[in-house]
Design a binder for this molecule. Sequence first.
Ligand code: DGY
Length: 330
Amino acid sequence: MQKPKVFVTRLIPEAGLKTIVEHCQADVWRDPLPPPRDVLLERVRECEGLLALLTDRIDPELMDRAPKLRVVSNYAVGFNNIDVPAATSRGICIGNTPGVLTDATADMAFALLISAARRIVESQRYAIEGKWKTWEPLGHIGQDLAGRTVGIVGMGRIGTAMARRCRLGWDMRVLYYDVHANADAERELAAQRVELDVLLRQSDFISVHTDLNDSTRGMFNAAAFAKMKHTAVFVNTARGPLVVEHDLADALRTGRIFAAGLDVTDPEPPKADNPLLGLPNCIVAPHIASATVSSRNAMAEIAADNLLAGLAGEKLRAWVNPEVAANRRR
Ligand code: DGY
């Protein structure tokens, strides 16, 4: 029997790639940069499966160019790069990689929080640039963490893991904003579900873990930053377009808020003239939250399993649109 044709849009860890290459006719894009749009559209034409990254836009145009496509396995937990309703209406299964990057992402959020609050990156630059002349009683003053209030926006798996670090490690009070109540977080971490307004006004640290969708896009804008404390530290490890970056830059430049730590920007990478890049009180990392050995290997395994299950007409291990089951492409 002929092995199914698939396109893999970047090298992923062997833990998953090996399985895909063994079971499929795999066309693997080995360039470090994503395939250009026209190449992606061309390569996917005859494919039954696609292993995609969050840098690949999977939209109706692509789906219509690939009439045999039955499954798109996203190498990420987030899937805002994919038009899921369009996939579902065409009978295409979508898979993602939840659960295995929760701790890595919460660690990154906490690392950004403490680094921004204690001005670590700015201080390192100061040392490297030869500006460190003496111990300074008034220099490099940051924010305390212990016993303060953290506001978690989006209390899902990653938000809860971040709240756990803040509560159990630093004895913080936890506020959260989410459309759903999280009874476990309320019980285990004494987390209080509040209106967004209350969270913005009362939190010392605000950490974003919500999905990007039409109702959350741009939710952190000038009006939101205006409600925050002057001493607030803003952390985003979710998606760049949740934030209006010019408004954040203004808030940081004018001292409206104290600092920010970002693992995501809009677009990615940020343009060279992005105002956030030059600000001493803003840390920008290149979307590395899931970049640990075990997380990336586990993501590769799940992504490979999802791809093969989709090709075999079976249940996906992590299935974004199980409602497609009734009309999936065969
Ligand atoms: C995801 O998985 O959605 C992250 O943003 C990248 O690991």
